[in-house]
Design a protein around this ligand. Sequence first.
Ligand code: HSE
Length: 310
Amino acid sequence: MPDSVLVHSPATLSNLGCGFDVLGLALGAPYDAIRLRRSQVPGVRIQHLDPYNLPTDPSRNVAGIALLALLQAVPEETGFDVEIAKGIMPGSGVGSSAASAVGVVVGANALLGGRFSKMELVEFAMAGEAMASGARHADNIAPAMFGGFTVVRALEPRLDIMALTAPPLWVAVVHPQIEIKTSEARKVLPATVPLGVAVRQWANVAGLVSGFLTADYELIGRSLDDYIVEPVRQALIPGLAEARARALAAGAIGGGISGSGPSIFMLNKTAQTAQAVGEAMGSVFADLGIAYNIYVGPVATEGARVVLES
Ligand code: HSE
């Protein structure tokens, strides 16, 4: 068994428009790079090799909490030293906390000879994610773990996650540099939904899953719309409507808020279109005087994986 592993853990889109807390998609870029070593010193030590000033106290760090949850299940194991180089900016809305939580448990599992299933590892990673967002959900964790397109059908009474394949797609993400905490973005959500609205929403979820499974890009495009969450969260993201309009004019299939924002994602058939769509969305924030980053890449077919062991 290796003593040290290097893991790459991908950014992810959650919700995918209509699928709040249920649908997810893994991205080829960006990703977190995480090195884990077994240690004879009890507990977990975390070092961050990035500029984000995240807490290194394991009980206040999503990766630390996930790893402590895993350690509880293997009392004979002593501890881990962890170095995290975050390629995914925290708070960007593309699954930064999920990537770290999944990356460390995938790495620890490799150091332990692969004793846990991916579904068991999801449980450990969710402990970290729950601390970050204030709620138990796995729609970023699932694609970070399994890759591709994922459906979280249930968390209780047991995890029920479907890892499905996505058709070839290129994703453009614009990340305007405004802060939205997931915990705050969840407070604005409605407690109840009128039946007619719910019917339109679950019709779209069914259409979107069908579109992914049959590679029907037009069906994907007309099924992404979110009638429940985006209408109340759009006020948190200036420029959202204009970014969508310019993206569609540049050839995007469709998109919406990435997770709880502030990033906006658009799905595209080709790399060239995705690049043009990313720039079109970026131009909206340039006009508004808001700094932004653009990420363009394919859907990742694999989730977090060990890239080096020694
Ligand atoms: N499904 C979650 C939300 C994703 O939209 O609040 C963000 O963590």
